[in-house]
Design a binder for this molecule. Structure first.
Ligand code: PNS
Length: 168
């Protein structure tokens, strides 16, 4: 039977650290479903549609990666997609407490859910979407940190009069 796992997140925007985790996940699972959170309460730099589009552009149609937006509980998204495995990246010990809380809450909501933590390449242990936005805003270079499509879009934003300030 084909195996599938869900990789959820805000992906505002996707970084090379996220790409690295997905590629590692593809060594274990036949398909990874990237679940992009649409949270009406949280202001994001990129719209849900843009975040989904950029991730689809990074992986292309032949890469065993599906990209879907979701609202509400992750546990409900998993049930709708007939999957019980969640992948999350762990960069440092500081990530652990939040990740443990989420994993145990998801398991409380649905005891069939298992969370699998994966370590990114050492190159990306310092990387986060918020830091990338800050670096772009301050004029730093990010080409080794994000996929080309994300770099283009971030540079477009930083040229606008209001720029990225309100999102960093
Ligand atoms: O990239 P992020 O922002 O760290 O991802 C967090 C995410 C999307 C995985 C988490 O906020 C989430 O699953 N939200 C959906 C709401 C939910 O299910 N909450 C209860 C379990 S924590």
């Amino acid at each position: 039977m084909a195996t599938r796992a869900v990789y959820p997140g805000s992906f505002d925007p996707m970084t090379n650290g996220h790409v690295d985790i997905i590629r590692r996940g593809l060594k274990i699972f036949d398909t990874i479903i990237v679940a992009v959170l649409e949270n009406p309460k949280k202001q994001t730099l990129f719209s849900t549609r843009d975040r989904v589009r950029m991730i689809r552009e990074v992986f292309g149609p032949r890469e065993r990666v599906e990209v879907k937006a979701f609202r509400g509980l992750l546990a409900d998204f998993l049930r709708r997609n007939e999957t019980t495995t969640v992948i999350r990246g762990l960069r440092a010990v500081s990530d652990f407490e939040y990740e443990l809380q989420m994993a145990l809450m998801n398991r409380t909501l649905d005891p069939t859910i298992e969370t699998l933590f994966m370590m990114p390449s050492l190159h990306y242990t310092f990387l986060s979407s918020s830091l990338v936005k800050e670096v772009v805003m301050l004029g730093g270079r990010i080409e080794s940190l994000v996929p080309a499509v994300v770099e283009r879009r971030l540079k477009d934003f930083s040229r606008k009069p209001k720029g990225l300030k309100q999102y960093v």
